[in-house]
Design a protein around this ligand. Structure first.
Ligand SMILES: Nc1ncnc2c1ncn2[C@@H]1O[C@H](COP(=O)(O)OP(=O)(O)OP(=O)(O)O)[C@@H](O)[C@H]1O
Length: 344
């Protein structure tokens, strides 16, 4: 008892959402202390060695703007770890910054990982957190963390459907009695939406735009179902024929059309999940509806499209970008829940 109290006083337990697009860190008792792009700027020397120059927001600014020997990389792609070494360096950086090293006790860290992560990837994530000073490392799968973060009653014997639309993947899961009954991950998310916009700008306007511009278009006027009012936006890029910078005005209808492939893939993943859900749990979902989490769920009217296509109630949770890290943090706060929902 006294140990628990002392531990609570001195420890600085962390929850980390290691996302393809964003890494968020939650510190027990303080809330979310960091929310930065999962990007690392790396300098390569002649012998192939790598030196980390910047991490997070500062590194994202460098994407597409670096000289030859410096590379701004996203170490997680399509929901999986594409570069172990750099993921580890990024994790160390974020943990070191969030963890108050003056505290006496090493932190317990819970890290949220993509559903279906391999044993090798699990070990890599655990080892990098241990290397960064963790006393104990717990892993929680993304759909579970998202469901807890969205406030779903996951420990009850009833079906809950959560659709987490991230940067690299969309994970559709049905959860009951603190277990994942069904989960399917498709490699479609915010990144594919950005790619579709880039391809459209090339096709329609002969114009090359960068990833960041495509993301801005998506966030500002992107949509999945007709908006009440048409929106427009000025876009700057490079004319691919003349080779000089140019500006065009695009509208929300054409951007919706350009996004139809990724948005339809998300609808299909949800329809397949509904088809494969055991009947009793499907009946619960008909009553309770589908909850959307993840930054991709903020695409305008994506909830409306899903409602139209499934005929079920669909709602976006409060603060969808933080749901996963908040859910992981909540698990860390409740020992019983932690045992039930983490994977080894
Ligand atoms: N308002 C918005 N409208 C549309 N998309 C948005 C909006 N805000 C953020 N996004 C997109 O959400 C995505 C990031 O979501 P999130 O932070 O949940 O992903 P992640 O957890 O890093 O990825 P993953 O779950 O694949 O590991 C990005 O593609 C971003 O462009």
């Amino acid at each position: 008892m006294i140990f628990d109290w002392l531990y609570g006083l001195f420890s600085n337990d962390l929850a980390i959402d290691l996302g393809t697009a964003t890494t968020l860190i939650y510190v027990k008792g303080k809330g979310i202390v960091s929310c930065e792009p999962s990007v690392v700027a790396v300098q390569r020397d002649a012998r192939g060695g790598k030196k980390v120059l910047a991490v997070g927001r500062e590194a994202k600014e460098m994407l597409g703007r670096t000289p030859g020997n410096i590379q701004a990389v996203r170490p997680l792609r399509d929901g999986v770890i594409a570069d172990f070494e750099i993921t580890e360096a990024m994790l160390r950086y974020f943990i070191a910054r969030a963890h108050n090293r003056r505290t006496l006790v090493k932190p317990r860290i819970i890290i949220c990982v993509p559903f279906g992560i391999t044993e090798v990837e699990k070990r890599a994530v655990k080892e990098s957190a241990e290397g960064a000073g963790a006393r104990e490392v717990y892993l929680i799968e993304e759909p579970m963390a998202a469901a807890i973060g969205a406030g779903l009653p996951i420990t009850e014997p009833s079906g809950n459907m959560v659709v987490d639309i991230g940067g690299g993947t969309t994970e559709v899961a049905v959860i009951s009695l603190a277990g994942i009954v069904y989960s399917q991950s498709v490699r479609v998310g915010g990144d594919k939406m950005d790619e579709s916009i880039m391809a459209y700008m090339k096709r329609k306007y002969n114009m090359a735009i960068g990833e960041q511009t495509a993301e801005r278009i998506k966030i500002t006027i992107g949509n999945a179902y007709p908006l009440e009012q048409q929106l427009t936006m000025e876009v700057k890029g490079r004319d691919m024929v003349a080779g000089i910078p140019k500006t065009v005005i695009v509208n929300s209808d054409e951007i919706r059309d350009s996004l139809s492939e990724p948005t339809n893939a998300i609808v299909d993943a949800v329809l397949i999940a509904l088809e494969r859900t055991p009947p009793e749990l499907a009946a619960d979902i008909v009553d309770k509806g589908i909850v959307l989490t993840g930054g991709g769920s903020l695409l305008k009217n994506l909830d409306v499209l899903l409602r139209e296509e499934t005929g079920l109630p669909v709602m976006v949770c409060d603060d969808p970008i933080s749901a996963v890290v908040l859910g992981s943090g909540k698990a860390l706060d409740h020992l019983e829940l932690l045992k039930e929902v983490t994977i080894s």
